[in-house]
Design a protein around this ligand. Structure first.
Ligand SMILES: Nc1nc2c(ncn2[C@@H]2O[C@H](COP(=O)(O)OP(=O)(O)OP(=O)(O)O)[C@@H](O)[C@H]2O)c(=O)[nH]1
Length: 832
C-alpha cells in the first residue's frame, strides 16, 4: 500500500509513521476533529495526551511504539473501527474502555506483555477480528460473549485451557482460531491445530460424555536422534523391553522405526530415526513439535581433541532440532560408557559435551542480541522493526538441553536408571508442560477400535485403508457422529498414531493406520545404498516392466551422474518391498507404485515433501517440442517432465557436483546483481535442496547441481548457490546486470526466488535470516543491509527503497536498483 508521505496530506488522512514522535504533534491536534485515519506506527510514543480530541477517527495505528499503559483517552474515540496497538509494551488494559467503542471491529494487540484482559472486553459488541498473539495470557474468559467475533488469534501465550462457551455452536461466529505455542491441555494443542470445527467437536463430546468420564492422558512422542551407530535403536528397544537388547550391526535402522510403550502411566510413542545422512531428508517431515528428543552420543568414539567430533555427534543435531522445533526438550544420553577407559574418561567427556552445548546456546543468544543491536544502530531503526521483532521472538524460544546421562546400554541397571530419569522429567510440568492432555473418552475408543480392526484383519496388516472404508468400519462400533470421528482421526494423525494427509488431494482418501509402513516405503527410495539396490534388480523384475539389462545400466549411470531415478526403477524397487511385506493386493500395489500411465502415491508424497521433482529423461531432441516461430507471441515452453509418469525424478540431494550449472552460468562479474541471504545458526539440512525443488517447479528450464542451481525465465538467468561451510553460512542469488530498462524484470525473478525462500523458511521456525547486497566497488568489503522485506505478500517490495542512490560505509555511492528491488520507472513517474 503506498501512502501520502508527510507533505500535502488531506486533513482526514494522516500518515505520521516513522517520525520519531514522542507526543502527538500540534498540527494534528489543531485539526483534530477532521481526522478520520491516523497512522502513527513506528514512533517513540509512550503516552497519547490529546488523542481524545480526534472524535471522528475511524482508524488508528499505534503499532511499534513504546506504550506501556493502554491510553485511557481512547475510550472517547466512539467512532473507531480499526485499532492497531501491536508491538508495544502494554502490560495492563484498564476496565471501562471497550464498552465505549461500539463500532470497533478490528483490534490488534499482538506482541505486548498482557497477563490478562479487562473483563468488559466482552462488551465490545462489534468486534470481528482480535489478535492477542505473543502476550502472556493465562485465560480467555473475558472473550466469552463477543457476539460477532469471527477471527481470534492467541498464539504463543500461556494458556492451559480454553473456555468451552467461546466455541459453543449456535452462540459462536468464530471461523478462524489459532493457538499454537501454548501449553494447552483442555483441549490439547493437537486438537486446536484442527481449527474451530475440531475444538467444537471436542467440547461437544466433553459435554455429552459428562464430567466424570474424561481421561487425563500423558502421551509423549519421543524421538531418538543422533549419529549413525550411536546406539539409538539399542536405547529404544532396551527401554521398551526394560532390559538391555542387543542390536546387530547389520540390523541398522533404515528410515524410521516406530514403537510404543508405557512407563508409570505415561504412554511413550518411540520414533527411532536412522542416523545416516541420506535419511535426514525425510526425517524432516516427521520431526514434530511437543516431542521429547533423546540425543544419543557414543562416548567411546567421542574425541575431545577433535572439534569435528563435537560438530558431527552433537552440534549438527542440536542445531537442526533448534531450527525445526526451537522450544524442544533434549535429553543427552552418552552411550558406550563400558567402552571408555574408566569413569574419569566418562566424566570428562560428559563435562566437555555439556560445556560445549552451554557455550553454543549462549553464543546463539549473543549473536541474536548483536544482530538486534546492529539493526537498532541504524539511522532509522523503524525500517527494520519486523526483523527486530523476529529476533525478539527467536530469543524467547528456549531450547532445554538436559544434563547428559552416561549409560552402558548392555547393563540392566543403566537401562532402569535411564527409564526412571525420563519419567521423572516428563512428570515435571516445568520441563515438559505439554505431556498432559484432557480428552473425552471417545478419543481412546476410536484408537482402540482401529486397533481391534487391525487385530481382526478387517484392516490389512500394512494398514493402508480408504478413508470411507475406515469410517464405515468404525461407525458401527462407536456412538459417534461422522464429524466427531473425522476430528478424532485428525488428532490421531497429529500425535503420530496414524498418518492421514488430508491436505494432499491425491492422498486425502487414504489413511495409513501403521505409519511405519509408509516410512518403509520412503526408505526404498531415500536410502544410503540405492546404487547397490539398483544394481541388484533381477532380470525378471526388469522384464515385468518391459525393460532389459541395458536399461538397468542406464538407471545406475543416470542416478550416479544426474541424481535422477527412472520411474520404472522406482516402481520395481517399491513393488519388491511391498511383496517383501506380504502385500499381494495388485490394485493397492499399483496405487502406491503407479504405472506407465499413472503416478503412484509414493512419488506424489515425495514431491509434496520436496524430496524430488519430475525430470526429463531420454534424448535431448524432443520431436514433439513446439516449434519456435519468430514474432509469435505465445511460445509455450514444453515441460515434458510434468505428468510424464514414464519419466524420472530428480533427487538434488544425490547430486555430486556442479559442473553443468557452472558451464551454463559462466563467470561471475562484479556488476552482477548479487544478494546474500545469511542463515543463523546455519542453512538447515535439506533447505537448499527443497528450495531448488520449489523454484524449479516454477521455472521448468533449469540446471541443477550439488549446491548450485540455475533458473531461466525468458532470456533471464538466475543463479542460486549455497555455502554452508565454516564462516557465515549463506545462500547467494545472482543474475547478470540487466539493461537499465529491464531491472524490474530481473528483480521480479529474484523476488520470486526469495518469496519461495521465505515460504520454505516457515518450516524452520528457529531460523534467523538477514539479507545483504555487497558493495560493487572492487575490493570493498562493505555491504548494504536490506530493510524489512520478509512480508512480501503485504508490503509492496518495490517501496523498499526510495532513494536513487545509496552510500556504503566506505563511502562508495551506488545506484539503488543495483542493490535492492526498486523500479526506476515507477519512482520517476511519481516524482519521489
Ligand atoms: N558395548 C556397547 N555397545 C553398544 C552400546 N550401545 C549400542 N551398542 C552397540 O552399538 C551398535 C550400534 O547400535 P545401534 O543401536 O544399532 O545404533 P543406531 O544409533 O541405532 O545406529 P543407526 O541405525 O545406524 O542409526 C550395536 O551393535 C549395539 O549393540 C553400549 O552402550 N555399549
Amino acid at each position: 500500500m503506498s501512502r501520502p508521505n508527510g507533505t500535502g496530506q488531506s486533513k482526514k488522512d494522516w500518515d505520521l509513521s516513522g517520525k520519531k514522535l514522542k507526543s502527538l504533534p500540534q498540527s494534528l491536534l489543531e485539526q483534530a476533529e477532521e481526522a478520520r485515519r491516523l497512522d502513527l506506527q513506528r514512533n517513540k510514543l509512550r503516552q497519547l495526551s490529546g488523542i481524545s480530541n480526534l472524535v471522528h477517527l475511524r482508524e488508528l495505528n499505534l503499532s511499534r511504539n513504546e506504550l506501556v499503559d493502554f491510553p485511557l483517552e481512547i475510550r472517547s474515540l466512539k467512532l473507531l473501527e480499526r485499532l492497531y496497538m501491536n508491538q508495544n509494551n502494554i502490560k495492563v488494559i484498564p476496565e471501562d474502555i471497550f464498552p465505549h467503542l461500539g463500532k470497533l471491529h478490528f483490534l490488534k494487540l499482538s506482541t505486548n506483555r498482557l497477563p490478562k484482559l479487562p473483563l468488559d472486553l466482552s462488551q465490545c459488541h462489534s468486534l470481528t477480528y482480535l489478535n492477542l498473539s505473543n502476550n502472556c495470557l493465562k485465560d480467555l474468559q473475558a472473550l466469552v460473549g463477543l457476539p460477532k467475533l469471527k477471527e481470534l488469534l492467541v498464539e504463543r501465550n500461556s494458556l492451559t485451557e480454553l473456555p468451552a462457551q467461546l466455541f459453543q455452536k449456535g452462540n459462536s461466529e468464530l471461523t478462524l482460531f489459532k493457538a499454537t505455542g501454548n501449553p494447552l491441555r483442555t483441549p490439547p494443542e493437537e486438537v486446536c491445530d484442527g481449527g474451530v470445527r475440531d475444538i467444537q467437536s471436542y467440547f461437544a463430546m466433553m459435554e455429552e460424555e459428562g464430567p466424570d468420564t474424561h481421561t487425563t492422558a500423558w502421551t509423549v512422542k519421543t524421538m531418538f536422534l543422533g549419529s549413525s551407530m550411536a546406539g539409538k535403536s539399542t536405547l529404544c528397544r532396551s527401554l521398551n523391553k526394560g532390559v538391555p537388547m542387543r542390536v546387530e550391526e547389520e540390523d541398522r535402522t533404515e528410515g524410521i522405526e516406530i514403537s510404543e510403550m508405557e512407563m508409570e502411566g505415561v504412554r511413550f510413542l518411540f520414533w527411532d530415526f536412522a542416523g545416516q545422512e541420506e535419511y535426514y531428508l525425510t526425517h524432516h517431515v516427521f520431526i514434530t513439535p511437543r516431542a521429547l528428543v533423546i540425543l544419543a552420543v557414543d562416548l567411546a568414539s567421542y574425541n575431545m581433541e577433535d572439534p569435528q567430533s563435537y560438530k558431527e555427534k552433537v552440534c549438527f543435531w542440536i542445531n537442526n532440532i533448534q531450527l525445526r522445533v526451537p522450544a524442544s526438550v533434549v535429553l543427552l544420553v552418552g552411550t558406550h560408557c563400558d567402552q571408555c577407559q574408566d569413569q574419569d574418561e566418562v566424566r570428562e567427556k560428559k563435562r566437555h559435551i555439556e560445556e560445549n552445548v552451554r557455550v553454543m546456546l549462549e553464543e546463539r543468544k549473543e549473536v541474536l542480541q548483536l544482530q538486534q543491536k546492529n539493526l537498532k544502530d541504524n539511522a532509522d531503526p523503524s525500517l527494520f522493526s519486523e526483523q527486530m521483532s523476529e529476533l525478539d521472538r527467536l530469543m524467547e524460544y528456549h531450547l532445554q538441553v538436559l544434563e547428559l546421562v552416561p549409560i552402558d546400554c548392555t547393563k540392566h541397571e543403566d537401562i532402569v536408571k535411564l527409564k526412571e530419569h525420563i519419567v521423572r522429567h516428563i512428570l515435571t510440568k516445568d520441563t515438559f508442560p505439554c505431556a498432559e492432555r484432557t480428552l473425552p473418552k471417545s478419543y481412546k475408543e476410536v484408537e482402540l477400535a482401529i486397533h481391534d480392526l487391525v487385530g481382526q484383519n478387517q484392516i490389512p496388516q500394512h494398514g493402508i485403508v480408504s478413508f470411507d472404508d475406515l469410517l464405515s468400519d468404525l461407525i458401527p462400533h462407536l456412538e459417534l457422529g461422522e464429524e466427531n470421528v473425522h476430528s478424532i482421526l485428525r488428532y490421531l494423525h497429529r500425535i503420530g498414531i496414524i498418518v492421514w494427509y488430508e491436505e494432499i488431494p491425491a492422498l486425502k482418501d487414504r489413511v495409513f493406520v501403521q505409519p511405519s509402513f509408509l516410512i518403509s516405503l520412503f526408505k526404498t527410495i531415500v536410502r544410503h545404498d540405492l546404487v547397490k539396490q539398483l544394481e541388484a534388480i533381477p532380470r525378471d523384475a526388469l522384464r515385468q516392466e518391459g525393460n532389459l539389462l541395458v536399461h538397468r545400466g542406464t538407471w545406475v549411470d543416470d542416478f550416479r551422474e544426474k541424481g535422477t531415478l527412472h520411474n520404472a526403477a522406482t516402481r520395481i524397487l517399491v513393488r519388491r518391498e511391498l511383496r517383501r511385506l506380504g502385500l499381494d493386493d495388485e490394485d493397492l500395489v499399483e496405487e502406491v507404485v503407479g504405472s506407465k500411465t499413472k503416478e503412484g502415491t509414493l512419488l506424489s508424497l515425495l514431491q509434496h515433501f520436496e524430496v524430488c521433482l519430475p525430470a526429463k529423461v531420454g534424448s535431448p531432441l524432443n520431436p514433439a517440442a513446439p516449434e519456435f516461430k519468430p514474432g509469435e507471441k505465445q511460445w509455450k515452453s514444453s515441460n515434458l517432465a510434468r505428468g510424464d509418469t514414464d519419466g524420472a525424478c530428480l533427487f538434488p540431494s544425490y547430486l555430486q557436483d556442479n559442473r553443468m550449472v557452472v558451464q551454463m552460468w559462466g563467470e561471475d562479474k562484479l556488476d552482477d546483481i548479487n544478494v546474500y541471504v545469511y542463515f543463523l545458526p546455519e542453512v538447515p539440512h535439506g533447505f537448499f535442496h527443497r528450495l531448488i525443488i520449489k523454484t524449479c517447479s516454477l521455472y521448468p528450464t533449469h540446471w541443477i547441481g550439488k549446491d548450485h542451481c540455475l533458473l531461466s525465465s525468458g532470456d533471464k538467468l538466475v543463479l542460486m548457490r549455497e555455502d554452508n561451510k565454516d564462516g557465515d553460512p549463506y545462500i547467494q542469488i545472482r543474475c547478470k546486470r540487466p539493461e537499465t530498462s529491464e531491472f524490474r524484470r530481473s528483480w521480479d525473478l529474484f523476488l520470486s526466488v526469495m518469496y519461495k525462500l521465505v515460504v520454505l523458511s516457515r518450516q524452520w521456525p528457529g531460523l534467523s535470516q538477514h539479507v545483504h547486497t555487497p558493495c560493487k566497488e572492487k575490493g570493498c568489503t562493505a555491504y548494504f543491509v536490506w530493510r524489512d522485506w520478509q512480508d512480501l505478500t503485504e508490503t509492496d517490495i518495490y517501496d523498499l527503497v526510495q532513494e536513487e542512490k545509496q552510500l556504503c560505509r566506505n563511502g562508495h555511492t551506488r545506484r539503488t536498483e543495483l542493490l535492492f528491488p526498486k523500479d526506476p520507472v515507477i519512482n520517476k513517474s511519481e516524482g519521489k
